[in-house]
Design a protein around this ligand. Structure first.
Ligand SMILES: Cc1cc2nc3c(=O)[nH]c(=O)nc-3n(C[C@H](O)[C@H](O)[C@H](O)COP(=O)(O)O)c2cc1C
Length: 333
């Protein structure tokens, strides 16, 4: 098959570099439908779902794959798949395309977790270029949705530029690169030099990922001429997507309002028991950097029910609402 036959589908309604905004990096356990919705509302350019097993989608073993890929109402998602079998990758793409008409697919070739690389998936694909290409080709041919790939600087050593060229040849429409090798996992600083080498090697859009924690970090990276993804910097701080567009950081009142809305959306998404368990990770990120945050966090990370959550939050809510009343009025309370 020639490169021309596999030319990436153009993506007129989606600027893969994010324009003036930042892209929500896929993060298992965080970037589910309710969180993506929040990020979009606050100015994210676009968001990618956390990774979904292609085999899980095809064999429908659990409702987990279904839930991860599911868009929130009104969203046309970009669904990230992982796997090693081109046939299953294509079939999962077809099934998901029929169900959700995603704006695009992304293939995970960067996950460093042993459970995933033992299967030959995630970042292990960086050591098997022919299979990585076949996965891209299979998914490109399965649906009209464009396919991007997210990978790392390399597995043991830096191989990202050559890998990127191979993926471009296979038909990828865009590439996202986390500037660390698999071996590094999350240690050390992300290497943006490698990301720029990839940018210079290929003709398709390149998005950089790694260590973008503030609007200032974003601006420095965006000025390098690549799209910019934000992962950990958005945990508990979806306002970063507003800040990179010049908006203000949140007030405490807004923070509380969003945490409550996020909690209610998660309950609608997962049901109360699971939602309250999953929200614990978010609470520990949302409540930082103000007096009393540590104590609040300690209590919220053990929360079991919405009732318990309300009891913990209510005093702070009252305090914040009162503090925000014009002082002339507050004295009459
Ligand atoms: C908790 C967590 C889960 C992640 N899950 C995924 C995933 O499902 N797919 C993926 O491609 N990358 C995943 N990543 C990697 C991120 O997308 C990102 O590349 C990495 O965290 C570096 O960016 P950051 O410094 O902005 O967090 C995950 C990262 C974290 C911290």
């Amino acid at each position: 098959m020639t490169t021309a036959e596999l030319a990436p589908t153009p993506l007129p309604e989606l600027d893969r570099t994010g324009g003036g905004g930042a892209i929500v990096a896929p993060q298992a356990g965080y970037t589910d439908g309710p969180f993506r919705k929040l990020c979009y509302e606050l100015g994210a350019a676009y968001a990618i779902t956390e990774m979904v097993s292609a085999a899980g989608v095809v064999y429908g073993k659990s409702d987990q794959s279904e839930r991860i890929a599911k868009p929130y109402p009104g969203e046309r998602p970009i669904i990230q798949l992982f796997g090693t079998d081109p046939g299953l990758m294509a079939e999962a793409g077809r099934m998901l395309y029929e169900r959700y008409q995603p704006r695009g697919f992304d293939i995970n070739m960067g996950c460093p977790v042993p459970k995933i690389i033992k299967q030959g998936a995630g970042s292990a694909l960086m050591t098997n270029v022919p299979l990585a290409q076949r996965l891209v080709q299979a998914l490109c041919q399965a649906t009209p949705a464009p396919v991007s790939v997210k990978f790392r600087a390399g597995f043991d050593s830096v191989t990202a530029p050559d890998f990127a060229l191979a993926l471009q040849d296979a038909g990828a429409c865009a590439l996202a690169v986390h500037g660390r090798t698999q071996r590094q996992s999350f240690a050390g600083a992300a290497n943006w030099e490698v990301i720029l080498t990839v940018r210079d090697a290929v003709q398709i859009p390149v998005i950089g990922s790694g260590d973008v924690f503030t609007a200032q970090d974003f601006r420095c990276r965006r000025a390098l001429g690549v799209g910019v993804m934000i992962g950990r910097g958005a945990q508990g701080n979806p306002w970063i997507f507003r800040e990179v567009r010049g908006g203000p950081p949140p007030t405490l009142a807004e923070r509380l309002e969003v945490v409550i809305r996020h909690t209610l959306d998660e309950i609608e998404w997962y049901g109360a028991a699971l939602a309250m368990r999953l929200m614990r990770a978010h609470y520990s990120r949302y409540f930082r950097g103000f007096p009393g945050a540590l104590e609040l966090r300690d209590r919220l990370v053990k929360v079991e029910s919405l009732r318990e959550f309300s009891r913990i939050l209510l005093p702070l809510w009252r305090q914040v609402q009162t503090a925000e009343l014009p002082s002339a009025l507050a004295t009459y309370l």
